[in-house]
Design a protein around this ligand. Structure first.
Ligand SMILES: Nc1nc2c(ncn2[C@@H]2O[C@H](COP(=O)(O)OP(=O)(O)OP(=O)(O)O)[C@@H](O)[C@H]2O)c(=O)[nH]1
Ligand SMILES: [Mg+2]
Length: 351
């Protein structure tokens, strides 16, 4: 499946129907009054979050969405029919901006949550509305107003609580596949993962927590080296980063620092997001416990984050590591302090 996480589309509300000029003409009523009805309001374009969607791929092919126009008023004081809204489904986690002003219009987080992005135009008034003592036979009616039109930018930011980060080949995808049902591609070369993978990890209580395995970062990712760092947007909403470090490389501590530097260069709060560190592939150096202790001590000297020794392949140390993650997430919930979580949603309606 192709993964598209940004799209620009034009949305246009339906035009309001025109009000009309009409007079009552009834057989035994010689001077029929004004009877022109109002036009119906145009429909609006509404985005709706759909749990079944994972990407913005559909918007690659469809760029313009228009709601229906309102109908003209009728001759017997009938108001024209309202134009149908156009409902457009987007994945949960879609952030919506006005493409011209960069204004944040809304964040569709909850399933079925809606956001009106282009209001339909109001219907025009019919001549009946202009009836007054002064003017018993108004010839005036108003046209419907045009629907709002704007270009919006959709940006998908996946909803995951834990983001798995690290250099390419550190074993991030192997790890998510050992702790969840996710089955991403795993291979012995860098940049195997090109798109984020989500996996649900079960807590001992049975509740599921979403982990996101993302592509590897390398030194200079912030200036476009490797796969760049745009995909980090998918872990912006996480509450915790699980930093995977391969202990079999020539300098695991330097590897850790490369990632930290890239997080700082990206910003958006990732540089201060709490972390749990996982020294991975300990099975490969099992005979050399002194070396492992040395690496652990060196890492602990540069970070206050808890450090675990694991093997994603041999499934060693995973329970303790997960327990530390659950404890952290629970403590945070207790404090009511969850920096990465979306703000409680306030429905934004345009205008
Ligand atoms: N010995 C050993 N090898 C491992 C372990 N975890 C992962 N590997 C191997 O490391 C290689 C890279 O694993 P991936 O899970 O694809 O690494 P990744 O971090 O997702 O890599 P990218 O997607 O390229 O960023 C694979 O050959 C894995 O089999 C481990 O615990 N022990
Ligand atoms: Mg991978």
């Amino acid at each position: 499946m192709q993964f598209i996480d940004q799209a620009e589309v034009i949305v246009q509300g339906g035009d309001g129907g025109d009000g009309i000029v009409a007079f009552r003409r009834e057989k035994y009523v010689p001077t029929g009054g004004p009877a022109g009805g109002n036009g119906g309001n145009g429909g609006s374009v509404i985005l709706r979050a759909d749990q079944g969607l994972q990407t913005l791929l559909d918007f690659r092919y469809a760029h313009r969405f228009r709601a229906k126009n309102g109908a003209r008023g009728g001759p017997k004081n009938q108001t024209g029919a309202t134009g149908d809204d156009r409902v457009v489904e987007v994945p949960c986690g879609t952030v919506v901006y006005d493409a011209d002003t960069e204004e944040l219009l809304g964040d569709l987080v909850r399933p079925q949550q809606e956001l009106c992005v282009a209001q339909g135009g109001k219907g025009g008034l019919g001549n009946r509305h202009f009836l007054s003592n002064r003017n018993r036979a108004p010839e005036q009616a108003l046209p419907g107003l045009p629907g709002a039109e704007r270009t919006i930018r959709l940006e998908l930011k996946l909803l995951a609580e834990v983001g798995i980060i690290g250099l390419p080949n550190a074993g991030k995808s192997t790890l998510i596949s050992s702790i969840s049902a996710a089955r991403p591609k795993i291979a012995d070369y860098p940049f195997t993962t090109l798109i984020p993978n989500l996996g649900v990890v079960r807590k001992p209580t049975g509740d599921g927590t979403v982990f996101a395995d993302i592509p590897g970062l390398i030194e200079g990712a912030h200036v476009g080296t490797g796969l760049g760092h745009d995909f980090l947007r998918h872990i912006e909403r996480t509450r915790l980063l699980l930093h995977v470090i391969d202990v079999t490389t020539s300098d695991p501590v330097a590897d850790y620092q490369v990632i930290q530097a890239e997080l700082s260069a990206y910003g958006h709060g990732l540089e201060t997001r709490p972390q749990v560190l996982a020294l991975n592939k300990v099975d490969a150096i099992a005979q050399d416990t002194d070396y492992l202790h040395l690496i652990r001590d060196q890492i602990k000297a540069v970070t206050p984050a808890p450090v675990f020794s694991i093997s994603a392949v041999a499934q060693l140390g995973l329970e303790d590591m997960l327990q530390a993650i659950w404890t952290h997430l629970e403590a945070e919930e207790h404090n009511g302090d969850s920096p990465g979580q979306p703000e409680p949603f306030v429905s934004t309606v345009y205008p």
